[in-house]
Design a protein around this ligand. Structure first.
Ligand SMILES: Cc1cc2nc3c(=O)[nH]c(=O)nc-3n(C[C@H](O)[C@H](O)[C@H](O)COP(=O)(O)OP(=O)(O)OC[C@H]3O[C@@H](n4cnc5c(N)ncnc54)[C@H](O)[C@@H]3O)c2cc1C
Length: 410
């Protein structure tokens, strides 16, 4: 080993929310680790990303670091009402009647806060736990042998580890270096995602609203989702729309007042346009079973159904479970088996989630005449068959149930 070579039992590449979760979990199990992150510590995290954490994610984070799930819940909100409209007519409404979301003994069904803040709270837990961070250091290469992993950074530093968790996002250098590939399609439709700051003196009611074929928006689908301190508005563009017309701030200022109070046109924080990937890596571990992929390094989904970060959290924890088991194993065969089992379990879950968000997209897009007809008939019959209103309400998020039963306990 050269003088410059640094060695840890485990290295996490990427300090996004999934890498932070992995590092916190490694630390809580007493496994020596470091996080190598390309950006500097004080980086801004621009853009609209996760705003919805499921109860299962809160429980998992709480189980790895006491108080973290409750901190996230306390700093987020629960919207108690969901409504669905079809061409201007309400077809479904549910009021959960939740008033107290800050019960110190029970985690809420979900919490809604911006990803910036989610990351901030997990990072704070990492700092308390004493996780080591190497900021401003992009990883350039990651090579494995049956003995371990060698990471080379862009600055030429060499790091060695028994195991690496690749949590370096959609363009993962770790994934590419070890020869793994994304498989799957990309959506044709463009979605605009706009984040708005709430007027705290005069806030809107906390309702998640999905509006199919909004009449004021020329029949485009529009979704409103509240989160702590703000609103997310998703606009699904039509096939022949020019995204440029809608997506700059001036464009948003023209259409937003058609779907919300005009004061929100002066409260725009982010506008992003997306065509979503629906991809899963061909394996979540390398041929030597020394690297595990987690989060967006392993899969990318359209956000309807909030499956990205909510599946990145268990990816990270189950990767650590595999590493812990591998470190305790008595033979190389047992070691490889432990890593393979983690990778396999999370790849099954990722494929399940991709299918779920594909179902949601299919429902949303209404591209097939059959789906269009189903939606139209359902909307016309909700007064006599309320179940159809529920179908319209749940469709844009895909199936509610999770992947096949987990084999790994945590
Ligand atoms: C519009 C939108 C809405 C969403 N809403 C939700 C939601 O409500 N709920 C949900 O669960 N998910 C949601 N998601 C998905 C969620 O944002 C992602 O799943 C999540 O950000 C993935 O986190 P990550 O840590 O895997 O990757 P990232 O957040 O991309 O982090 C990767 C990290 O790796 C670093 N990195 C990259 N390359 C290198 C390198 N070479 N060397 C070192 N470091 C590197 C990056 O700088 C970054 O810090 C949404 C996504 C979008 C786009």
């Amino acid at each position: 080993m050269s003088e410059q070579t640094k060695k840890r039992t485990a290295i996490v590449v990427g300090a996004g929310p999934v890498g932070l979760t992995a590092a916190l979990t490694l630390k809580s199990r007493g496994i020596s680790c470091a996080v190598i992150e390309a950006d500097p510590e004080d980086r801004p995290r621009p853009g609209s990303r996760a705003i919805f954490l499921h109860n299962a994610s809160l429980k998992l984070l709480e189980s790895q670091y006491k108080g973290l799930g409750f901190t996230l819940a306390r700093n987020g909100i629960v919207w108690p009402v969901k409504r669905t409209l079809y061409k201007g007519k309400e077809v479904y409404k549910k009021d959960y009647g939740i008033t107290n979301t800050h019960d110190p003994h029970k985690l809420p069904p979900f919490t809604a806060l911006h990803q910036d803040e989610i990351e901030g709270h997990i990072y704070e837990a990492c700092m308390h736990a004493g996780v080591e961070f190497i900021w401003g250091t992009p990883v350039a290469d990651c090579q494995t042998t049956s003995e371990g992993v060698t990471i080379t950074t862009e600055s030429g530093d060499v790091w060695e580890a028994d195991y690496v968790i690749g949590a370096d996002g959609g363009r993962s250098v770790v994934r590419n270096s070890v020869g793994l590939k994304f498989e799957g399609p990309r959506t044709q439709d463009t979605f605009l995602v706009v984040d708005l700051e709430e007027d705290e003196d005069n806030p809107l009611p906390l309702e998640r609203i999905f509006h199919y074929q909004h009449p004021a928006m020329g029949g485009r689908n529009v979704m409103h989702v509240p989160f702590k301190g703000g609103w997310r508005v998703d606009l699904q563009l039509l096939e022949n729309d020019d995204p440029e017309e809608f997506k700059d701030v001036e464009g948003v200022k023209k259409w937003l007042p058609k779907v919300m109070d005009s004061k929100y046109a002066d409260r725009i924080k982010w506008v992003s346009s997306y065509r979503f990937h629906q991809v899963v890596a061909n394996s979540f571990t390398d041929e030597n079973h020394r690297v595990l992929l987690a989060g967006e390094a392993a899969h990318l989904f359209a956000p309807f159904g909030a499956r990205g970060l909510n599946s990145g959290v268990p990816d990270a924890i189950i990767a650590v479970n595999g590493i812990e088991k591998a470190l305790e194993s008595k033979s190389d065969e047992e070691r490889q088996k432990a890593i393979y089992a983690s990778a396999k379990e999370r790849r099954i879950a990722a494929k399940w989630n991709r299918d779920g968000s594909t179902t949601a997209l299919h429902h949303l897009q209404g591209e097939s005449p059959e789906m269009n007809m189903k939606r139209e008939v359902a909307a016309s019959l909700t007064a006599v068959a309320p179940k159809l209103g529920r179908w319209l309400d749940e469709g844009p998020y895909g199936p509610k149930f999770g992947p096949p039963e987990l084999t790994t306990k945590y």
